[in-house]
Design a protein around this ligand. Structure first.
Ligand code: RIB
Length: 292
C-alpha cells in the first residue's frame, strides 16, 4: 500500500519579528531565513519519516524549486510525479514572533498550475486501497478527488487553508478528515465544543473518520462510536510552523503501518511536539526513531 500526496511545495521566507506587522505599519525583522515548506511537502516528508511509501505529485517552477525536490528525495519521497512549470515555485511569507507563533501569506505560483492531464498520468501509478492525501493549496482538487474515488483510493482531506472552494469539493468521498475547529465549523456550518463539532461533522459525513485538532487542548478522533482523546506533549515552543502537517503525516503514516488509531494519534502528537521545538517547516520534522 502506498500514499499519493497531491499537494503544495513552497519556498518559506521566514521573518523573525517582535509582533506581527499591522495595517499601515513598517516593521523591521531581526532575521530572515529560507526553508522548504508548503503543507503538501511538509506532509510528504512527515509521511516518509514515519515509514510510509510516499509519492508526491504537484508542481514547482523550472528554475527555483529544485532544492525542495532534493529535500524530499533525501527524506525518501518519490518526486517523479512533480511537474516543472515555466512560472515561479509557490512561496510563503511567514512572520514568526517571539513566542514561535506565525502568520502566513501565500503565493500559489506553480501550485496553482496543475493540469488534468498531469492528474490522469499521476493516477496511473495507484490502485484500490492506496491512500490519497490532499490539502487546499493546489488547483484541480475536485477533479483529483473524483479520479481517486473512481479508483477506490482512500481519500484523506486536510482542508487547510480553509476557503470558499472547499464547499465545491465532493466531500462525501472523504474517508478521513484532519482539521481544526474553525475548519470543522465552516464545513458543517456549525459551532460548539470539540465534542459537538465532532458529532455534527460525523452526522453530516457518516462514512468518514475524523481527527479534530484543538491546539493546546490536543486532538480528538471519531470513527462511529469510537471516540478518542489525545493530549499534546508540552515543550518549549520555537516555531509552530508545520506542526499540523507533521501531525497529519505521522497519523496517516501510522495507520498505514497498521497502528491502532490511539497509537497513531499518540505518535502524531509526539512528532508535532518535536516539530514545534525546532525552527522551520520541513527541517523541523523528526523521524520515527526520535518519536520512539
Ligand atoms: O503548514 C505550514 C505551511 O503552510 C508552510 O510551510 C507554508 O508554506 C504554508 O503552506
Amino acid at each position: 500500500m502506498k500514499v499519493l500526496n497531491y499537494g503544495s511545495l513552497n519556498i518559506d521566507n521566514v521573518y523573525s519579528v517582535d509582533h506581527f506587522v499591522r495595517g499601515g505599519e513598517t516593521l523591521s525583522s531581526a532575521k530572515m531565513e529560507i526553508f522548504s515548506g508548503g503543507k503538501g511537502l511538509n506532509q510528504s516528508i512527515a509521511l516518509a519519516k514515519s515509514g510510509a511509501e510516499v509519492w508526491h505529485a504537484g508542481a514547482v517552477g523550472e528554475s527555483d524549486g529544485e532544492f525542495l525536490l532534493d529535500m524530499m528525495r533525501q527524506a525518501g519521497v518519490n518526486v517523479s510525479l512533480v511537474a516543472h512549470t515555466s512560472g515561479k515555485t509557490g512561496h510563503a511569507i511567514i512572520q514568526r514572533d517571539r513566542e514561535g507563533q506565525n502568520c502566513i501569506l501565500l503565493y500559489g505560483g506553480a501550485n496553482q498550475e496543475i493540469t488534468r492531464e498531469q492528474v490522469d498520468q499521476a493516477m496511473e501509478h495507484f490502485e484500490e486501497g492506496d491512500f490519497l492525501i490532499l490539502q487546499n493549496e493546489i488547483n484541480e482538487i475536485a477533479y483529483i478527488m473524483e479520479t481517486a474515488h473512481r479508483k477506490g483510493m482512500k481519500i484523506v482531506l486536510n482542508p487547510s487553508p480553509m476557503d470558499e472552494k472547499i464547499a465545491g469539493y465532493p466531500l462525501e468521498y472523504v474517508d478521513y478528515f484532519l482539521l481544526n475547529e474553525i475548519e470543522a465549523g465552516d464545513i458543517c456550518g456549525c459551532e460548539g465544543s470539540g465534542e459537538e463539532l465532532l458529532e455534527k461533522l460525523s452526522a453530516r459525513f457518516p462514512g468518514a473518520k475524523i481527527v479534530l485538532t484543538l491546539g493546546g487542548d490536543g486532538s480528538m478522533y471519531k470513527d462511529g462510536d469510537l471516540v478518542l482523546k489525545q493530549p499534546i506533549y508540552r515543550v518549549p515552543v520555537v516555531d509552530t510552523t508545520a506542526a499540523g502537517d507533521t501531525f497529519t503525516g505521522f497519523f496517516i503514516g501510522g495507520l498505514m503501518r497498521g497502528e491502532e488509531p490511539a497509537t497513531a494519534l499518540d505518535h502524531a502528537a509526539k512528532a508535532a511536539a518535536i516539530a514545534v521545538s525546532r525552527a522551520g517547516a520541513a527541517p523541523s520534522i523528526p523521524d520515527r526513531k526520535e518519536i520512539e
